[in-house]
Design a protein around this ligand. Structure first.
Ligand code: ADP
Ligand code: MG
Length: 231
């Protein structure tokens, strides 16, 4: 790369604030978060219950608007973007994995993974279908593509959710306690998978976790206490 290459972090938060409430009764739950994440980072977000982790993740995921400060996504200011543009940016730039997988019960694993691709173009190309199968293979579910979520274990369901999050090949994946609902062995497996995907594809991960054991395996740990970054 030339020395003139402009370096742009994937994410730049400056003094991000979030207030909830109305009618003059408001509570600020994020008190000025400043945070920069570089492309390819594998970062844990830890902190006590109620410290604002999910709120921060939802703001970074463009699901909620901050009430103050600024959020740059790949160098682009998101605060002034029209809703339609935010939706488009969210769709192609961010994958989500939640504690509860939010898979569609009536759809097979493959259909669940193909859904974000469908939403992108309105129909699927053969290459996109192949990618969905490949992703399910990558997460260890080659023999489960036609299973509905109800026929899968908790760990397997979460693997489908990970494959779905990666469907559009987003540069950033946000995971809110992705192992919170799993036993230790399944949680370890999921964590290892996320880490491998990060190494292989350079996808940036921000993972909320309660588990200090898992956080230790991240290259960076951001700690939130009472709506402030403390380390
Ligand atoms: N939609 C909401 N309306 C009002 N208060 C909220 C809302 N969402 C979260 N909060 C409050 O914000 C604080 C942080 O919550 P949250 O981000 O869920 O924390 P964490 O994920 O770290 O447990 C809590 O006090 C919570 O009650
Ligand atoms: Mg939470």
């Amino acid at each position: 790369m030339s020395e003139h290459t402009i370096h742009t972090p994937i994410l730049q938060l400056t003094d991000v604030r979030k207030e909830y409430g109305s009618d003059g009764i408001t509570t600020e739950v994020l008190h000025g978060i400043s945070l920069t994440m570089e492309q390819g980072e594998f970062t844990a977000l830890i902190g006590p219950s109620g410290s604002g982790k999910s709120t921060l993740l939802n703001i970074i995921g463009l699901l909620e608007q901050p009430t103050g400060g600024s959020l740059l996504m790949q160098g682009r200011e998101t605060g002034t973007m029209p809703e339609e543009e935010l939706t488009r940016l969210r769709g192609k730039s961010i994958g989500f994995v939640f504690q509860f997988h939010h898979l569609i019960p009536a759809f097979t694993a493959l259909e669940n993974v193909m859904l974000p691709l469908m939403l992108e173009e309105g129909r699927l190309t053969p290459e996109q279908r192949e990618r969905a199968v490949w992703l399910l293979t990558r997460v260890g579910l080659a023999d489960r593509v036609d299973f509905k979520p109800g026929k899968l274990s908790g760990g397997q369901q979460q693997r489908v959710a990970i494959a779905r999050a990666l469907a559009v090949n987003p540069p950033l994946v946000l995971a809110d306690e992705p192992t919170g609902n799993l036993d230790t062995a399944a949680a370890d497996g999921i964590f290892k998978l996320l880490y491998e995907i990060n190494r292989e594809s350079g996808t940036t991960f921000l993972i909320v976790t309660h588990d200090p054991r898992l956080a230790k395996r991240c290259s960076r740990v951001v700690e939130l206490v009472d709506g402030r970054v403390v380390s």
